[in-house]
Design a protein around this ligand. Structure first.
Ligand code: ZN
Length: 111
């Protein structure tokens, strides 16, 4: 579920709204002054790696060849597993994933 941030054009205050559906009509009002002159901005914070976010952001083609050919998906399952168990990912794992995503083979593996 995306979170939209709106900046009030009246008082510049930020308000956040959960949005159940992209297509759902949203008519936000400023939390601070009640103005409806709100300008939407995508919340970068809301795009972070919460466990729920990872699940919801899993693309429809997950498991297909295209999915695994996309370097951005390398290690996604590992990240998800650590997040699901509430365990901090060891730096070595983090480095391996980052290296793999940038095109390098994991150390110790002859690919
Ligand atoms: Zn306002």
């Amino acid at each position: 579920m995306p979170i939209y941030e709106y900046r009030c054009q009246q008082c510049q205050a930020l308000s956040s709204r959960f949005v159940r559906s992209i297509s759902a009509p949203v008519a936000p009002q400023c939390d601070a002054c009640g103005s409806d002159r709100m300008q939407r901005r995508m919340s970068s914070f809301a795009m972070g790696k919460t466990t729920a976010g990872v699940h919801e952001s899993t693309p429809a083609n997950a498991g297909s060849r295209e999915y695994y050919n996309d370097p951005r998906n390398i290690g996604r399952h590992v990240e998800d597993s650590f997040a699901r168990h509430g365990v901090d990912m060891p730096p070595s794992v983090r480095e391996s994933i980052d290296a793999a995503r940038s095109g390098a083979a994991p150390q110790g593996l002859d690919l």
